[in-house]
Design a protein around this ligand. Structure first.
Ligand code: 2DT
Length: 212
C-alpha cells in the first residue's frame, strides 16, 4: 500500500503584503529543495492558468469589474479546482511551496469591509497548510521597494488595511519572518522552518483541513 509505506509531502504556504519578497523567496526555496533531491513543486494562487484564473486575472488588471463577494468566491473556487491535485501530490510525497493561499483570500476581501466569517466560510474543507510563513514588512517599507505595479490592490492605503487583516488572522503557529532582513538571512530562516515541517510530515503528521 503506497500511502502507508511512503511519506507525504508538506504543504508550505508563504503569505505577506505585496512586495514583501514572497515570490523570490518561493523561488529560492524551491531551487534549494530541488537541488537537495526532494520532490517539490512551486505553486501560486491565484493560478491564472485555469478558466476561473483568467477571470481573476482580468479583474486584477482592471479589465473587468465584479462585485466584491463574487470575486472573493472566484478566488476560493480557484483553490477548490486545484484541491484534489494538491492532495494527490502531497500524498504521493511531493512537497508544495504555495505563494499565497486562503489567508490572502480572507485578508484582501476583509480589507474591503467584507465580514471575516463570511470570507472564511468558502475555504472550509480546503487542505490546511502544514506551515504558514509570513514575510513581515510594514506597508510603508513595502511601498518603498521600487513602487507597486499597476494591478488593483497595489496601493499603500489598501495595503495598510490588508496588513491589519493579516494581523487579525495570524495565529501562534505562523512562522513570522522579518522581511526587511537581507535576502540570504530570510532564506536561511525559511529553510530551517520548512525542513522541520517536512520532517514532521514524513514522520506521519496527518493532513488536515481548514479551518483547524
Ligand atoms: P499576486 O500578485 O500574488 O499574483 O496576487 N488575492 C490573492 C486575493 O485578493 N485573494 C486571494 O485569494 C488571493 C490568492 C492578492 C494577486 C492579488 O490577488 C490578491 C494580490
Amino acid at each position: 500500500n503506497k500511502e502507508s509505506s511512503s511519506s507525504r509531502g508538506a504543504l508550505i504556504v508563504l503569505e505577506g503584503l505585496d512586495r514583501c519578497g514572497k515570490t523570490s523567496q518561493s523561488g529560492r526555496l524551491y531551487k534549494y529543495l530541488d537541488e537537495q533531491g526532494h520532490s517539490v513543486e512551486s505553486w501560486r494562487f491565484p493560478d491564472r492558468n485555469t478558466g476561473v484564473g483568467q477571470m481573476i486575472s482580468s479583474y486584477l488588471a482592471n479589465e473587468s469589474q465584479l462585485d466584491d463577494h463574487a470575486i472573493h468566491l472566484l478566488f476560493s473556487a480557484n483553490r477548490w479546482e486545484k484541491r484534489s491535485l494538491m492532495e494527490d501530490k502531497l500524498r504521493s510525497g511531493t512537497t508544495l511551496i504555495v505563494d499565497r493561499y486562503s489567508y490572502s483570500g480572507v485578508a484582501f476581501s476583509s480589507a474591503k469591509g467584507l465580514d471575516i466569517g463570511w470570507c472564511k466560510a468558502p475555504e472550509i474543507g480546503l487542505l490546511a497548510p502544514d506551515l504558514v510563513a509570513y514575510l513581515d514588512i510594514s506597508p510603508e517599507k513595502a511601498a518603498e521597494r521600487g513602487g507597486y505595479g499597476g494591478e488593483r490592490y497595489e496601493q499603500l492605503e489598501f495595503q495598510e488595511k490588508v496588513a491589519r487583516s493579516y494581523s487579525a488572522l495570524c495565529d501562534p503557529s505562523w512562522k513570522v519572518i522579518d522581511a526587511t532582513l537581507p535576502v540570504v538571512d530570510i532564506e536561511k530562516k525559511l529553510r530551517e522552518v520548512v525542513l522541520d515541517c517536512m520532517m514532521a510530515c514524513q514522520k506521519g503528521k496527518p493532513l488536515s483541513q481548514l479551518w483547524p
